[in-house]
Design a protein around this ligand. Structure first.
Ligand code: FA5
Length: 377
């Protein structure tokens, strides 16, 4: 038997004083919250000794109840109060014990905590923003799930135009149409040109870095990749401005002054004239390096992206007057820029999530690119 008072209810006149002493003693000797709770249930639980005493009040005469009621209720509140007080004391004891045994050294970072690093693509995007901000460009964004009009039609690629086939588009199903238009994962960042021109007043000077998607996979193509779009719309803009801007950009990005660009005639429906931009490379210590003499031994040209003067149809589709506003646009693969600058040879590894790769090629969070401190590694 746990308590001397068990069986108390069989007696005709319970000895409340004795019951109080027994319960108080049990509360006193409780060494933990569990034992204390057992006392509480024994005394005040649904079938507790004090609860059962309270139930006897109903069967008493009014005179008897007048005497016994205050006594039994008094006992109940005394025991409840003693249990609460003991509970506080035990909790305080437990806390004091924990404070004495646990130590926390706030002066040192935790040892062996895995450190995150910045992915080279994120780092290159920050570098681009830093370089172009210095040239007066703002950073614009657009949705990765695009509609047919922004991704193709407004860019002078109407339905059935063969250029649509070049993009290996990931379309959403027919039940995912919006306003009757097919939806897709954007195949390039060029729709941000349209979103920029339709949402503000010219002049515009923006870059739009972001994710793009095409059904494509080999060492230099992945289904998800990154592009940076550039757009300048103003009065009297020429191809000369485009060439100067790209030359200034690549020299700042690769931190070399001896980089030459070559503009190769090309075709994009949204630019006219259009040009593919090539960068000259040379070979140093057996490695291809952007810069140097492309006509020297083992030198040559590598592709940077597409560019051109924004097509009149595109400017008109954005409700601007093409006789007043002109400009240039360009689009380059960011992943390719990262590969060229930091020496990776397989694009697919960028997205494998291999910790060894990211530890090797990743950047410290404190490696913030600035023009004054350098945008290089
Ligand atoms: C375009 O996407 C045009 N929108 C670029 C443009 C913008 C031209 C503005 C004129 C004016 P293109 O399909 O060539 O063009 O892609 C541009 C760059 O994206 C390529 O040079 C390449 O670096 C990169 N790229 C294309 N497909 C992939 C892919 N699957 N994986 C990785 N990079 C890719």
């Amino acid at each position: 038997m746990l308590f001397e008072t068990d069986g108390m209810m069989d007696q005709q006149k319970p000895d409340l004083e004795q019951l109080k002493q027994d319960l108080s003693a049990a509360i006193d000797v409780a060494t933990g919250l569990d034992t204390l709770d057992a006392v509480r249930v024994h005394a005040l639980g649904k079938n507790g000794v004090v609860t059962n005493l309270l139930k006897t009040l109903g069967g008493m005469s009014p005179e008897e109840r007048k005497v016994e009621g205050p006594r039994i209720n008094g006992l109940r509140s005394e025991i409840a109060g003693a249990i609460e007080a003991k509970k506080d004391a035990l909790a305080a004891e437990e806390l004091a014990e924990r404070m004495a045994s646990e130590t926390l050294d706030l002066s040192l970072p935790p040892k062996d905590t895995p450190k995150g690093s910045v992915h080279p693509v994120s780092q290159v995007m920050d570098e681009l923003a830093e370089i172009f901000a210095d040239l007066g460009f703002a950073v614009a964004t657009g949705p990765e799930i695009e509609d047919d009009w922004h991704n193709f039609t407004a860019l002078n690629i109407p339905e059935s135009h063969p250029a649509r086939a070049m993009h290996d588009t990931f379309y959403f199903g027919e039940n995912q149409m919006r306003d009757g238009m097919p939806m897709m994962l954007r195949t390039h960042t060029s729709p941000v040109q349209i979103r920029t021109m339709t949402s503000g007043e010219p002049p515009f000077r923006i870059i739009a870095p972001g994710r793009t998607y095409r059904s494509d996979s080999d060492a230099t193509h992945t289904p998800m990749f990154h592009q940076v779009e550039g757009l300048v719309i103003d009065r009297d803009i020429t191809m000369g401005h485009l060439k100067w801007t790209l030359e200034t950009f690549v020299k700042a990005f690769f931190e070399r002054d001896d980089i030459v660009l070559r503009f190769r005639p090309s075709y994009f429906p949204f630019t006219e004239p259009s040009a593919e931009i090539d960068m000259g490379f040379s070979v140093e210590n057996g490695r291809r390096i952007v810069g140097g003499d492309p006509n020297g031994p083992d030198g040559g040209w590598m592709e940077l992206g597409g560019s051109g003067m924004v097509n009149r149809h595109v400017i008109a589709a954005c409700n601007l007057d093409p006789d007043e506003w002109q400009g240039f646009a360009f689009g380059c693969g960011i992943d390719r820029l990262a590969m060229l600058k930091y020496g990776m040879d397989d694009l697919r590894a960028f997205f494998d999530g291999d910790l060894r790769w990211i530890e090797h090629y990743g950047f410290s969070a404190l490696d913030v690119p600035t023009l004054s401190a350098g945008v290089g590694a």
